[in-house]
Write a protein that binds this ligand. Structure first.
Ligand code: NAP
Length: 304
């Protein structure tokens, strides 16, 4: 039986409508929801993300502030930019867009963000609170995974959850969020794979959340029949013909496409529910960020 494919775009649209209403209501009480991004230099991926944030701020009635100093800006000057955003009443949330140039330490910037404006939960204090289960802001991508499960009425208490990937910004906080909800949670990573133990863990998972950044890592033999599979990974892969030759575009360049970490076609025949890439977790991630911006505005407006 083929898995139910979760329509994450529809979920994101629902959340968007809910948030737009809340943002309007807050506006009528004199509370501004505003988001600032800090992008230092010209990293292509970071700039694409910045443009996306600006677009959905515009669509949702959220004030957008752009701070994009050139790549040779000193660390002290970037710290000053973030400090000024901390004081700016029109900015409820600050999103540092990484990677920063090499001479700028992530920690110097992240540790400068006001705790109640840290809407993607980068600051070690907010991450510590998340680990303690006393969440102010949960990071956007991990929250998106939980949101998908909640909207599908999945009971996390007592569920066997396996997370693949243990990065500080995705895998670890996903695991912590699941532990906070009393799921029996295993966190696997590259050393699990190297020890030959990945399948041993993933094949027992009721809920399998994959955030490794490795296309095709999860094949159907690694998945339990009926499992809920959430694919966080985003990978660009070259399109090839069956004989392995690259598919070329009009200009003779190899064509590529975006895929997740899960071998979707085989896994969907075994899983109970599955998300897609693209059109999966990423769509909801943006809305989680905006939800945190709304919460930050409420905190700053003394409403919570
Ligand atoms: P990352 O920092 O590179 O971390 C990847 C994690 O996967 C690491 O913990 C790594 O283990 C583990 N891993 C790598 N190869 C593995 C293997 N063969 N078996 C098991 N574990 C393996 O990446 P990230 O920032 O966490 O992001 C993960 C993926 O999610 C990426 O594809 C990224 O593009 C995507 N992403 C999506 C969204 C979204 O909104 N949809 C947001 C953020 C990120 P070690 O640390 O031990 O090497």
């Amino acid at each position: 039986m083929s898995a139910k494919v979760i329509d994450c775009v529809a979920i994101a649209d629902e959340i968007k409508v809910e948030l737009i209403k809340e943002i309007k209501d807050l506006g009528s009480k004199g509370v501004t929801v505003g988001v600032a991004t800090v992008l230092v230099g010209e990293d292509f991926g970071a700039r694409m993300y910045r443009n996306q944030i600006e677009k959905f701020c515009g669509e949702m009635g959220v004030e957008y502030t752009n701070a994009d100093p050139p790549a040779d800006t000193s660390e002290d000057d970037v710290v000053k930019i973030v400090s000024d955003l901390n004081e700016n009443k029109n900015v409820s949330g600050i999103i540092p867009l990484r990677p920063f140039p090499e001479h700028i330490s992530d920690y110097a910037i992240i540790n400068t963000i006001a705790l109640n404006k840290d809407i993607d939960c980068f600051h070690p204090y907010n991450m510590g609170k998340l680990t303690l289960g006393e969440i102010t802001f949960a990071p956007a991508t991990p929250s998106a995974c939980i949101e998908i499960l909640d909207r599908e009425n999945v009971e996390l208490e007592g569920a066997e959850v396996v997370v693949v990937g243990h990065s500080n910004i995705v895998g670890k906080p996903i695991s912590n969020l699941c532990i906070n909800r009393n799921a029996t949670t295993s966190t696997t990573h590259v050393f699990t794979s190297m020890a030959g133990n990945l399948e041993k863990h993933t094949s027992g998972a009721d809920i399998l959340i994959v955030a490794a950044g490795k296309a095709g890592l999860i094949t159907s033999d690694l998945v339990k029949e009926g499992a809920f599979v959430i694919d966080v990974g985003i990978n660009r892969v070259k399109l090839t013909y069956e004989n392995g030759n690259p598919v070329l575009n009009d200009k003779g360049k190899p064509k590529s496409k975006t895929v997740g970490d899960v071998d979707f076609d085989s896994v969907k025949e075994k899983a109970g529910k599955i998300t897609t890439v693209p059109g999966g977790v990423g769509a909801i991630t943006n809305m989680m960020l905006m939800r945190n911006a709304v919460k930050a505005a409420k905190i700053q407006g003394g409403l919570v």
